[in-house]
Write a protein that binds this ligand. Sequence first.
Ligand code: NI
Length: 159
Amino acid sequence: MALRSIRKEGDEILRKRAKEVNVINDRILDLLNDMVETMYENNGVGLAAPQVGVLKRVIVVDTENGKGLYKLINPGIVHEEGEQCGTEGCLSVPGVFGEVKRPKKVIVEALNEKGEKVRVTGEGLLAVALCHEIDHLDGILFRDKVVRYVDSAEKEKRK
Ligand code: NI
């Protein structure tokens, strides 16, 4: 495994649509493992492949500090319900935080590392992280959806 460098806002790759994965080969498996390592190293709860410069529909998410890891290939939201508004940030947009409206619950279908179809039901923070990372695959940054920016002092107070 190896750390990969994170592309920052302003890099064109973050605005492109990532391509479906057709074959799950060693390159994809290495990518997934490197993304997991890079996410943990940077204390993130999710990472999408375009953030490390790869235009493939691959995301990793863990909202439970190492206990809730998902590695998802070609993820898509098949159901969403309710609404929540929480503070988000992004490793590609350092130092910026803002409130974004998201569904309260989502069901995501994807392939796992073995190419098997999996379903992930996410509520609360997991729903937010799944939506945020899947947005990255379509060139969307959370900043595009911010309803109100939150400064770091306010963010600290809310923890
Ligand atoms: Ni992000």
